[in-house]
Design a protein around this ligand. Structure first.
Ligand code: BGC
Length: 233
C-alpha cells in the first residue's frame, strides 16, 4: 500500500486485524479491501478473486502469504491430518491462488505472482517435515509456473524469508535460550523484521526486477549460507 498499490487483504482468522489494516491504509489515503477465504478451498478462492474483479476490475500482483507450520513432531510420530493441513494451506493454497491470478494475468499479458516460501525450501528442519516439504514444493511450483507464464510477460517468483519476528515463531524469539540458539544460525546475528521482507517483495513485484522470474530470493540474514562453516570443515 505504501508503494501505491490497492491491497486486498485475505484473512481466515482475526477479521478485526484485517479490518484494522484496511482502516490504516485508508487513513493514509490508500485503498484496501478485507476478504475472507480459506486458501485451501478452491471455491472460496475463486469467489475471492471474483470479488476483486468486481471491486477493482482485476489484479496485477499476487502475494501468496498464507502459511502454517503445524505441530512439531518427528515424521514417524506425526498425524496424517496435520501433514495434510500444512500441505493444503502452504502448497495447495498457493497453487489455487496462483491459478486464479495467472488466468487473469496471462489474459492481460502482465502481472507478478510472489509465493512466500522459506529458507526451509532448502534447509531440512527436524520436527517440521510437512512444512519443509511444502516449501520445497513451492519452489518447484514457482519454477514451473514461471516457465508456463513467461511467454505472456508474467513473472512468478518466490521469496524465502529466514527467521522473522512474527507470531509463527514467537515461542522461539521470546525465550532467551531458544533465541540464542537461533541467532547462532544467522550470520547477520539478528532476527529479521517483517518490513525487511515486505520491502524486498515490493522490489520483486516492481519493474526493478523486470528480468527476474522462476527464482526463490532468500531474505534471511545469510541463514542459507550455513554459518557453521564460518569455522572448521
Ligand atoms: C519459519 C520460522 C523459522 C524460520 C527459520 C520460517 O520458515 O516459519 O518459524 O524461524 O523459518 O528457521
Amino acid at each position: 500500500a505504501g508503494a501505491g498499490a490497492k491491497v486486498a487483504i485475505n484473512y481466515v482468522v482475526h477479521p478485526e486485524s484485517a479490518a484494522a489494516l484496511v482502516k490504516e491504509i485508508e487513513g493514509r489515503g490508500g485503498a484496501a479491501l478485507a476478504l475472507s477465504a480459506d486458501v485451501s478451498d478452491a471455491g472460496a478462492v475463486a469467489a475471492m478473486f471474483d470479488q476483486i474483479d468486481r471491486q477493482w476490475g482485476g489484479l496485477d500482483i499476487l502475494v501468496n502469504n498464507a502459511g502454517i507450520d503445524g505441530p512439531r513432531a518427528r515424521g514417524w510420530e506425526a498425524e496424517v491430518e496435520a501433514w495434510q493441513k500444512v500441505i493444503a494451506v502452504n502448497l495447495t493454497g498457493a497453487f489455487l491462488c496462483a491459478r486464479q491470478a495467472l488466468r487473469r494475468m496471462t489474459a492481460q499479458k502482465s502481472g507478478v505472482v510472489i509465493n512466500i516460501s522459506s529458507v526451509h525450501e532448502i534447509i531440512a528442519w527436524s520436527g517440521y517435515s510437512a512444512y519443509a516439504a511444502s516449501k520445497a514444493a513451492v519452489g518447484m511450483m514457482t519454477k514451473t509456473l514461471a516457465q508456463e507464464a513467461a511467454p505472456y510477460g508474467v513473472r512468478v517468483l518466490s521469496a524465502g524469508p529466514g527467521a522473522v519476528r512474527t507470531p509463527i515463531n514467537r515461542a522461539v524469539w521470546s525465550d532467551p535460550a531458544s533465541l540464542q540458539d537461533l541467532l547462532e544460525k544467522i550470520p547477520l546475528g539478528r532476527i529479521g523484521e517483517a518490513p525487511e521482507i515486505a520491502r524486498m517483495i515490493v522490489v520483486l513485484a516492481s519493474d526493478v526486477a523486470s528480468y527476474v522470474t522462476g527464482r526463490t530470493i532468500y531474505i534471511d540474514g545469510g541463514m542459507t549460507d550455513y554459518p557453521e562453516f564460518a569455522h572448521g570443515g
